[in-house]
Design a protein around this ligand. Structure first.
Ligand code: NAD
Length: 261
């Protein structure tokens, strides 16, 4: 329980990787701010399950991260009710698959807003409090697509490369303040985000579902296995430990060897 007394905001923690990271941090004793969209009853059940792990300290904030004012309100609430955010996990993200010439401009704007700009806003709100305490952890769920590209994902790849750059820049700025800033770059993890892109990928590449899974999703992962949510969450939890205080500005691949090739 190395995170007793700390508060973690995990964006996009109503589903997939974010929920897995929230569980791992709650199991280590952190109070959790759950964020993301979804069915109200399901979210309440998830929040209650997290509170069982850490002794009752889980709240939900449904801030839409594409709206800077909603992010500001979420941080104001965290400061007032929970003594600020000690661990910030920028995890929320979305995907859209289309050839660049057909890519809807509003989808581009939304992906850049959620997958990149939201992290700028959360970081700028989180850093002052972390500096005051002399301790902080900022972790982003980036992607193998922060390091390499795939066709038909122009907005996503652009945003994730930007997130990797933001991570390195902020790491340098706060390095002497007890704050580490890193990103984790998973390969394909079986979550709703991956499931939902299969139909558009079938269309864009003229493939069957099985071909998309084997010849696109797992083609680049030498292990030929999907990464699990728990594997990504374990890396995030390790980054919050004292042993990880000299890991900063890093982009940690959890991608079955994808970006080694
Ligand atoms: P997911 O679809 O299961 O979860 C996405 C989360 O983001 C949900 O909680 C959703 O409600 C939330 N969200 C969406 N729009 C939001 C908004 N406007 N404001 C607040 N929250 C919002 O997806 P996932 O696969 O768990 O993805 C999590 C992160 O991991 C994303 O950044 C994604 O790019 C990254 N990632 C995923 C994979 C993968 O293969 N699944 C691989 C590499 C990186």
């Amino acid at each position: 329980m190395h995170l007793q007394g700390k508060t973690a905001l995990v964006t996009g923690s109503t589903s997939g990787i974010g929920l897995g990271i929230a569980k791992a941090l709650a199991a280590a004793g952190a109070a959790i701010i759950v964020n993301g969209f979804g069915d109200a009853d399901t979210i309440e059940a998830e929040r209650a399950a997290l509170a069982v792990l850490n002794g009752g300290k889980a709240v939900y904030d449904g801030a839409d991260l594409t709206k800077p004012e909603a992010i500001a309100e979420m941080f104001a609430r965290a400061d007032k009710d929970l003594g600020g955010v000690d661990i910030l996990v920028n995890n929320a993200g979305m995907q859209f698959v289309s050839p660049v010439e057909d890519f809807p401009p509003e989808k581009w704007d939304m992906i850049i807003a959620l997958n990149l700009t939201a992290s700028f806003h959360t970081i700028r709100h989180a850093v002052p409090g972390m500096r005051k305490k002399g301790w902080g952890r900022i972790i982003a769920t980036a992607s193998a697509h922060s390091l390499v590209a795939s066709p038909f994902k122009s907005a996503y790849v652009t945003a994730k490369h930007g997130l990797a750059g933001l991570t390195k820049t902020v790491a340098l700025e706060v390095a002497d303040a007890g704050i580490t800033v890193n990103c984790i770059s998973p390969g394909y993890v079986w979550t709703p985000l991956v499931e939902n892109q299969i139909p558009d990928t079938m269309k864009a590449r003229k493939m069957t579902r099985e071909q998309v899974i084997n010849d696109v999703l797992l083609a680049g992962q030498p292990t030929k296995k999907f990464v699990t949510v728990e594997q990504v969450a374990a890396v995030a939890a390790f980054l919050t430990r004292d042993e990880a205080e000299n890991i900063t500005g890093a982009n940690l691949s959890v991608d079955g060897g994808w970006t080694a090739g």
